[in-house]
Design a binder for this molecule. Sequence first.
Ligand code: NI
Length: 134
Amino acid sequence: MIYATRRETFSASHRLHQDNLTEEENSNLYGKCNNKFGHGHNYILEVVVAGEIDPATGYLIDLKKLKSIIRENVIDKLDHHHLNFDVEFMQGIIPTTENLAVEIWKQLVDKIPHGKLYSVKIFETENNYIEYKG
Ligand code: NI
């Protein structure tokens, strides 16, 4: 098995908030991410595809193609948008990095032309990342 990774970045705002909790409970649970008017993150996304080398090309997957697939299905929909209001595939979902990783996975899993989606990793800050493997 061989693995290919494409790294992309995007900026988006979000607010972590649950209507059934009090303001204080929300604030304790979500901290800065509960800011009333939302706030932004510079996210880093790493998408890993796993599979066998295609003998016809010597590639697992053409990384130019993988880049276009990720941009078209994920980055263009997220970059400079508000995850709570402005991103169709995040509607009704608390926009934590965990949920974002799962939803990005769903956007990509059927669209990989060679090999299989292996993981979606998102860095919300330099020191924290979430990884989803389906
Ligand atoms: Ni936040």
